[in-house]
Design a protein around this ligand. Structure first.
Ligand code: AVI
Length: 342
């Protein structure tokens, strides 16, 4: 463990809680990022209907498959959002006078590079604090950012979103960045909980930049989540391999298929694993099992689609005031800038 002094991104009462075991990467002392998944998996699989929380999808293979999804011709989200950021990063940074950029679920921080380069150009310096539960993603982000922007102070925060953003000093003007329409993967309970916690953690000089995929024609949406090459199906069904490793369960890839559709009332893509035959699923570590019936669906992920104006109004109730709305020529995707109400 390296004996680094916790950086000034952390509030004074948080400094002692964060430790570094790799220069520039911080973790909460004693935090066990693996303890919650077991309980989450078992409780949601015993719900009616059965479902899973989306974060289980991102084991090593899942993260690789998601990277492949981002490059698929049908999956317009990543390239559309990237083009919006490339075009408007200067204006975004001009409207958000901050010293720190904190990215939630940073992944490899590919799109954020546009913001970092304008921040450096305009203000000369910057702290970049990606927050991610994946250590390998933080290390990859660190390598890329330190190579291209040696003047940026990099502090990777290895934690769940809420632990990470609530530790950041409220007096340090910060732009929180949450891209990729990841808010679409929150259900109707997690969504308000997330924005309540984020807004409470934000200081009076803070901003939020949010990427949100928009409501649009059914075919385009359904194709984006059911690609010709079957990468999305592989990504969704891969979660059961990861559950098998964690819980020594016996889900079998060959005994399930992928199904997705746009639920028009909820304006969300729903992604399911469907059992091809009746099967008993055992969880030896928890000494329990359930019968997965033929054609019974497990909801693995939802991806909600948004009306940007309504979203702006909704976030106003959390004390987040709209500053600017950026979109692409087809109006497929929105990047929204908010300011925390002082
Ligand atoms: C990460 N998230 C925003 C993606 C989405 O579009 O909802 C996850 C995804 N699932 C299947 N394809 C992409």
């Amino acid at each position: 463990m390296t004996q680094e002094k916790p950086p000034r991104i952390f509030a004074a009462d948080q400094q002692a809680r964060w430790v570094s075991n790799h220069a520039g990467i911080w973790s909460l002392q004693g935090a066990d990022l693996d303890s919650v998944p077991t309980l989450s998996i078992l409780t949601t699989l015993w719900d009616q209907p059965r479902w899973l929380e989306a974060y289980h999808l991102y084991d090593k293979r899942g993260s690789e498959l998601f990277e492949q999804i981002c490059d698929l011709p049908e999956y317009y989200l990543t390239r559309t959002e990237n083009a919006i950021l490339e075009r408007h990063a200067g204006e975004i940074i001009a409207n958000a006078p901050v010293q720190c950029i904190a990215e939630l679920g940073a992944g490899y921080s590919k799109k954020t590079v546009h913001l970092l380069s304008h921040q450096v150009r305009r203000r000369g310096n910057c702290i970049f604090a990606p927050i991610d539960v994946s250590r390998s993603a933080l290390l990859a982000s660190q390598r890329a950012v330190q190579k291209d922007f040696p003047q940026i102070e990099f502090h990777g925060v290895h934690s769940r979103y809420e632990d990470g953003f609530s530790a950041i000093d409220r007096d340090l003007p910060t732009l929180f960045v949450f891209l990729g329409s990841s808010i679409g993967n929150f259900n109707h309970t997690d969504f308000p909980r997330f924005f309540q916690a984020l807004s409470a953690a934000m200081g009076p000089h803070d901003f939020l930049l949010l990427g949100a995929d928009r409501v649009k024609a059914v075919k385009m949406l359904e194709d984006a989540y059911n690609d010709n090459r079957g990468v999305t199906a592989e990504f969704i069904l891969n979660v059961f391999g990861s559950i098998n490793r964690l819980l020594q369960s016996n889900f079998e890839r060959d005994k399930m298929r992928y199904h997705s559709w746009l639920n028009p009332e909820w304006q969300q893509i729903e992604m399911y694993a469907v059992s091809r035959e009746p099967q008993q699923i055992y969880f030896p570590t928890a000494e329990t099992s359930f019968q997965w019936q033929k054609d019974e669906r497990i909801l693995v992920e939802i991806s909600r689609k948004f009306d940007p104006i309504r979203l702006q109004e909704q976030l106003g109730f959390f004390g987040l005031l709209p500053v600017k709305h950026f979109t692409d020529p087809n109006e497929w995707f929105s990047v929204l800038l908010f300011k925390k109400q002082a």
